[in-house]
Design a protein around this ligand. Structure first.
Ligand SMILES: C[S@@+](CC[C@H](N)C(=O)[O-])C[C@H]1O[C@@H](n2cnc3c(N)ncnc32)[C@H](O)[C@@H]1O
Length: 268
């Protein structure tokens, strides 16, 4: 199908501008938008057309089509077994890197690593520190392992629930970082744009707090550690209250000035 025909077919049905169609096409086919702008007779494959419609109709994420995401300057592989990393999480990693440098931290764990973006980005920037990462999903760990290899970093990966995989070596851990599932079940269920990402990566239980409640049970092991969590701007106060069992809580904003991160320090 030619671009002209495609635009004519799709524009009306989805109430979308030709420019927006070309922008999506350029992402799906990994081409510069000028490629389409300069020749409207270019042929689009059936597969591209199928994905374009799937994206527009059902919200199927483009990242699962292209199988890649850029995160803090590195390209990560993603598939339907992992959450598509969000831009806010880059802020979490920057906070962690500054903290690690300021406090001379040498041993970090990332719980719920998904595609591995947090652990791998930290290790890329600070190759001398020890970074380990876990996930409850074996399929997610396979993706994280693939990314670590592709980006040339050595991370110790483990499969397991919450803090369990690290209990034996917990004494040596100085910083725990996590972007756990924190969306309320009812929101996950009614939001069709979330329906392609793994439920386990998003669903934080009826109030979004399941993971935070779970980790707060380990207060006896976590008193002397730095803790850094991502959560939702809408439930951050509830999360802060739960995590106050682990120490004095500070709420920090992301780049969009949304209160999203929770920091707990053993220093005060
Ligand atoms: C919001 S995603 C974050 C993925 C990745 N860290 C990122 O920031 O893009 C949460 C991840 O936590 C994992 N997870 C969910 N419950 C968990 C648990 N109880 N223990 C460990 N990992 C868990 C999910 O499989 C998912 O990969």
């Amino acid at each position: 199908m030619k671009i002209t025909d495609l635009v004519g077919k799709i524009q009306g049905e989805f109430k979308i501008s030709p420019f927006r169609i070309l922008k999506i096409l350029s992402k799906i086919e990994d081409k510069d938008i000028s490629f389409y702008l300069k020749d409207w007779e270019v042929e689009i494959s059936e597969q591209t057309f199928y994905f374009l419609v799937k994206h527009l109709k059902e919200g199927y994420p483009i990242e699962y089509i292209t199988k890649k995401v850029s995160f803090l300057g590195n390209e990560f592989f993603v598939n339907e077994n992992v959450l598509i990393p969000r831009i806010e999480t880059e802020d979490l990693v920057i906070l962690a890197i500054n903290l690690i440098k300021n406090k001379d931290i040498k041993n970090v764990i990332d719980i719920g690593t998904g595609s591995g973006v947090i652990a791998i980005s930290i290790k890329k920037q600070l190759p001398k520190i020890k970074v380990r990462a876990s996930d409850i999903s074996e399929d997610a760990i396979k993706v994280a392992q693939y990314n670590a290899e592709k980006l040339g970093v050595n991370i110790g990966f483990k499969i397991g629930d919450c803090l369990d995989p690290f209990l034996e070596e917990i004494d040596e851990v100085q910083l725990i970082i996590s972007n756990p599932p924190y969306v309320e079940t009812s929101f996950v269920e009614k939001n069709r744009f979330l329906s392609y990402e793994p439920r386990i990566s998003l669903d934080g239980g009826y109030d979004g707090q399941s993971f935070f409640k779970k980790i707060s049970n380990y207060s006896h092991l976590l008193k002397s550690k730095y803790l850094l969590f991502e959560t939702s701007e809408f439930t951050v106060r509830k999360t802060a209250e739960i995590l106050s069992a682990l120490g004095k809580v500070q709420i920090l904003p992301d780049s969009f000035k949304k209160e999203r991160f929770i920091f707990i320090s053993p220093d005060y």
